[in-house]
Design a protein around this ligand. Structure first.
Ligand SMILES: [Zn+2]
Ligand SMILES: [Zn+2]
Length: 365
């Protein structure tokens, strides 16, 4: 199969013919239909975060089950599925505690399948898996717990977005922060995830939704997704702007960039008793610094959000219901689609901040 292989920081990905071994027990082979290009992938390509190389990246995808390994009973060939980048064992303290997105398995599988081996190979070189997804390829072998069946009438391009951006963004609002109706929300960073924080806040009933970004086209998009105010951070102090439009501070602020400086801005933007949520994945060695006395005296909260704090098997069907009811805007998120062979163009466009969400579309699916 064709796959985009990442060999070295600073070098373009190579789209090559790669061998994919068949699924073993408890594994599923998925023919990828569409896969998103996300900032988390870019972090590794730029060397902001590291993982074992060479690797096939891609963690936001949907496709069609082609074959299943022994013991798989939750999906069968022909099923349409969303791929989940937090496979869950179902019996660790986190799975038992109702937080399967924090399952121990994810911390063990760095670059491998859960059994510690790889299904990906190029000649005599073993390739690494990425988050048990590795979807920048025509096919992927993934754990059974890493696929969620969806109705066949959902376009697979749209379904792919549920693998990361939508679930993370909306989940940060409804699961991590539990935004209440009638409140005010500030969102720092309006990329693919940030726009989903904006529409999550609209769906949750926030009445003041302030979007902050450096790019005017994203500020315009944020208004379409539900922002009541759009602030270009180049035009002045964004914290002061949020304080001004929220009568002294937002009830909630979300940082969807992954930088300590903007996490600090989010904390500074919330009112007394307010909640700031760090959603963006920071580069390695980035440290977050809080304002000591004002953080305590104003009883603020800073929470982190991984994968929307989502119970994926419960949340994704509800997100699809919201989409079906016309309340969750997904078609509007996809602003560019590329063939796998053009993956490097898609990555460069993401780095420049072009468009909203780019999709790699596989021709065979
Ligand atoms: Zn992502
Ligand atoms: Zn577990």
């Amino acid at each position: 199969m064709r796959a985009a292989v990442f060999y070295e920081v600073g070098k373009p990905l190579a789209v090559e013919d790669v061998e994919l071994a068949p699924p073993r027990g408890g594994e599923v082979l998925v023919r990828i239909a569409a896969t998103g290009v996300c900032h988390s992938d870019l972090h590794y390509i730029k060397g902001d975060l590291t993982m074992p190389l060479p690797v096939v990246l891609g963690h936001e995808a949907a496709g069609v089950v082609e074959t299943v390994g022994p013991g798989v009973d939750s999906v069968r060939p022909g099923d349409h599925v969303v791929l989940l980048f937090a496979p869950a064992c179902g019996h660790c303290r986190y799975c038992d505690g109702g937080r399967p997105h924090l399952c121990e398995m994810r911390y063990r599988v760095r670059g491998k399948m859960p059994d510690g081996t790889s299904r990906l190979r190029l000649g005599d070189q073993e390739l690494h898996h990425f988050t048990c997804v590795s979807s920048w390829a025509e096919q992927a072998v993934v754990p059974e717990s890493g696929v969620l069946p969806i109705p066949k009438d959902v376009p697979l391009t749209i379904a792919a977005l549920l693998g990361c951006a939508v679930t993370t963004g909306v989940g940060a609002v409804v699961n991590t922060a539990r935004v209440r109706p009638g409140t005010s929300v500030a969102v720092f960073g309006l990329g693919g995830v940030g726009l989903n924080v904006v529409q999550g806040a609209r769906i949750a009933g926030a009445v003041t939704i302030v979007g902050i970004d450096l790019l005017d086209h994203r500020l315009e998009a944020a208004r379409r997704f539900g922002a009541t105010h759009a602030i270009n951070a180049r035009a002045g102090d964004p914290v002061q702007a949020v304080l001004d439009v929220t009568n002294g501070g937002a009830d909630y602020a979300f940082e969807v960039i992954g930088r300590a400086a903007t996490v600090r801005q989010a904390v500074d933007s919330v009112a007394r008793g307010g909640v700031a949520v760090a959603v963006g994945l920071p580069p390695a060695r980035e440290e977050m610094v809080l304002p000591g006395p004002s953080f305590v005296l104003n009883e603020k909260t800073l929470r982190a959000c991984f994968y929307g704090s989502a119970r994926l098997r419960d949340d994704i069907p509800r997100l699809l219901s919201l989409y079906g009811a016309g309340r969750l805007m997904l078609d509007e998120l996809v602003t560019a689609s590329y063939a796998l062979e053009r993956v490097n163009e898609a990555v460069e466009a993401l780095d420049r901040g072009d468009g909203l969400r780019s999709i790699l579309q596989m021709s065979a699916a």
